[in-house]
Design a protein around this ligand. Structure first.
Ligand SMILES: Nc1ncnc2c1ncn2[C@@H]1O[C@H](COP(=O)(O)OP(=O)(O)OP(=O)(O)O)[C@@H](O)[C@H]1O
Ligand SMILES: [Mg+2]
Length: 246
């Protein structure tokens, strides 16, 4: 996937993003790291085709958009069971009824929620709601997974668990993941590449490849190597912030 000169200016003249140029390889895990309001969600919405760029374009491998979106809020329908929430994208794409059940079971198993298929969102913890939301994004078996600060509202213990589970899923499914966060620590832990953005209008300020022994686990989180990467990326973020302060 490639973004070429992607720029967004909203109706009342707010320059939100860009121009941004970057390429994401198939199967890569990339984080977009930037301060609040720098245009990260705008970038994801443009990639997903939910919003049109003012200038520039998004080139997708294979032509079609095969994308799953995990929003910052789990946005589950409160009146529907977990199973029905996860089935929604399949129903919208008019899949055959017989296939829907199987695909939903697979997606729920992938996120460890198989036992909660009949539960309602209010019966789930915050972490489980996010798992349901992830299952809903995976159920169509998309090539690309877009994740917008999915774990920002969770407590640290839950967030670390979901980080590890997401990495295990990624290793198993080999989807392309674009993960938006404003946490240096989360971006370094999860991704192969961290893209640092400037304040609004967001542009790419720096990029870091995180090359370490795989698979990553809690040992990485407490290693000197991890701390060194976090320091570097943190410094790059400060630089990006400072360069645009007037
Ligand atoms: N629909 C809209 N109409 C007008 N301006 C908008 C709209 N959506 C976003 N903006 C503006 O565009 C800028 C970028 O917004 P965006 O939501 O993409 O930022 P973000 O990096 O995702 O921020 P956060 O980390 O807080 O979620 C902001 O200044 C915001 O006010
Ligand atoms: Mg956002």
């Amino acid at each position: 996937m490639r973004l070429e000169g992607v720029t967004k200016r909203y109706d009342r003249g707010v320059a939100a993003l860009g121009p941004v140029d970057f390429t994401v390889r198939k199967g890569e895990f990339v984080s977009l790291l930037g301060p609040s309001g720098c245009g990260k969600s705008t970038a994801l919405r443009i990639i997903a085709g939910l919003s049109e760029p003012t200038a520039g374009r998004v080139l997708l491998a294979g032509g079609g958009r095969s994308i799953g979106f995990v929003f910052q809020e789990p946005t589950l329908m409160p009146w529907a069971t977990v199973r029905d929430n996860v089935a929604l994208p399949l129903k919208l794409s008019r899949q055959r009824r017989a296939d829907i059940g199987d695909q939903v079971e697979v997606a729920l198993a992938q996120v460890g929620l198989a036992e909660f298929a009949a539960a309602y969102p209010r019966e789930l913890s915050g972490g489980m709601k996010m798992r349901a939301s992830l299952a809903r994004a995976l159920v169509t078996d998309p090539d690309v997974l877009l994740m917008d600060e999915p774990f920002a509202a969770l407590d640290e213990i839950t967030r670390f668990r979901l980080n590890n589970d997401l990495l295990a899923l990624w290793r198993g499914l080999r989807k392309t993941v674009i993960f938006v966060t404003h946490s240096v620590f989360e971006s370094v832990y999860l991704s192969r590449r961290v893209v640092v953005m400037t304040p609004r209008p967001g542009r790419i300020s720096a990029e870091y490849c995180i090359d370490t022994i795989e698979p990553r686990d809690e040992n990485f989180r407490t290693s000197a190597e991890y701390a060194a990467y976090c320091r570097k990326v943190s410094a790059a973020l400060s630089l990006a912030m400072g360069a645009h302060r007037r």
